[in-house]
Design a protein around this ligand. Structure first.
Ligand SMILES: *[C@@H]1O[C@H](CO)[C@@H](O)[C@H](O)[C@H]1NC(C)=O
Ligand SMILES: *[C@@H]1O[C@H](CO)[C@@H](O)[C@H](O)[C@H]1NC(C)=O
Length: 273
């Protein structure tokens, strides 16, 4: 199951008819959610107040973009009578256990997490007055299109592209975006998902085929070429090539519409040792 499609559908689903269906779908994720007795220390979360939200353009988490180009996000629902009914504490614990630095409660039972700060334009709202689900209904959990947001002030848990310990004469060139008319590197590609991907494997692959540029993308792709193609440029926004590599999640392998680009050094150094 693609993880994000149902989450967006779930957010739009306001009716009780959808609720039973979602509960079944969400059982897997709730099994992953921390139980109260496993709750880690959630001290240190700050309340950032009430913000507006939009199901088609979420304040926390960009789910429609696959969760990586703009930011990483997660959306879970904790109903009454579930093992962990929603509350600010439950949501903060869930988000923190999953590596996020922002948590938001909305519409009572919705909990959203993000790795990036929300847009300030949406802050300072009123209307975060929905009770959390029973038995936490003595607390407030946002409202309809209103999200109460908290942060633990932790750095983003992004996976960054590998920049050191690369093959001899290869170096990281930066995160290129498809701002031009097509892909960044196009001449050859190999989906290395099954054999593990990362800068090392992609450089080996491209180098072995005689190319001087190698780029990882979309978490599992490897592209080769001899120069940057289609007029593409470096992405000026930080943290855009941070989608974890498919089988090496500690390393970033680009993202959709982005390639983490490596090149073989061709400059000759004269007069040196
Ligand atoms: C999403 O909302 C932000 C403001 O928070 C706005 O700048 C952006 O243009 C919106 N994106 C879309 C696709 O509507
Ligand atoms: C690295 O580049 C230098 C200079 O072009 C070359 O002499 C050397 O063989 C290269 N090493 C490798 C492992 O490609």
């Amino acid at each position: 199951m693609k993880p994000f499609a149902w989450m967006v559908a779930g957010l739009a689903a306001k009716s009780l008819a959808f609720k039973a269906e979602l509960v079944a779908q969400l059982k897997d994720i709730q099994d992953l959610a921390p139980r109260a007795e496993e709750a880690i220390d959630i001290a240190g979360w700050r309340d950032l107040g009430c913000w507006t939200d939009d199901a088609n353009n979420l304040t926390l988490g960009d789910l429609t973009a696959g969760g990586y180009v703009v930011q990483r996000g997660a959306f879970v629902q904790f109903y009454d009578n579930s093992p962990t009914p929603n509350s600010p504490d439950v949501c903060q614990t869930y988000c923190q256990n999953n590596g996020y630095s922002y948590a938001g409660v909305e519409y009572g039972f919705n909990c959203l997490c993000s790795s990036r700060a929300p847009d300030q334009l949406r802050s300072g709202a009123t209307g975060c007055s929905s009770p959390c689900p029973s038995p936490n209904n003595n607390q407030l959990c946002g409202g309809a299109n209103r999200i109460q947001i908290f942060t633990n002030d932790k750095p983003y848990p992004y996976s960054q592209p590998k920049t050191s310990g690369l093959q001899t004469n290869w170096s990281y060139q930066g995160c290129y975006t498809t701002s031009g008319s097509g892909r960044v590197l196009v001449a050859d590609s190999s989906n290395l998902q099954t054999s593990g991907n990362g800068a090392t494997q992609c450089i080996d692959y491209c180098s072995g085929k005689g190319y001087s540029f190698a780029g990882t993308g979309n978490g599992y792709e490897c592209w080769c070429d001899n120069s940057i193609q289609n007029g593409n440029t470096l992405d000026a926004t930080p943290n855009q090539c941070v989608q974890p590599c498919a089988q090496n999640t500690g390393e970033g392998c680009g993202s959709p519409q982005r390639q983490a680009v490596y090149a073989r050094q061709t400059k000759r150094y004269c007069g040196g040792g």
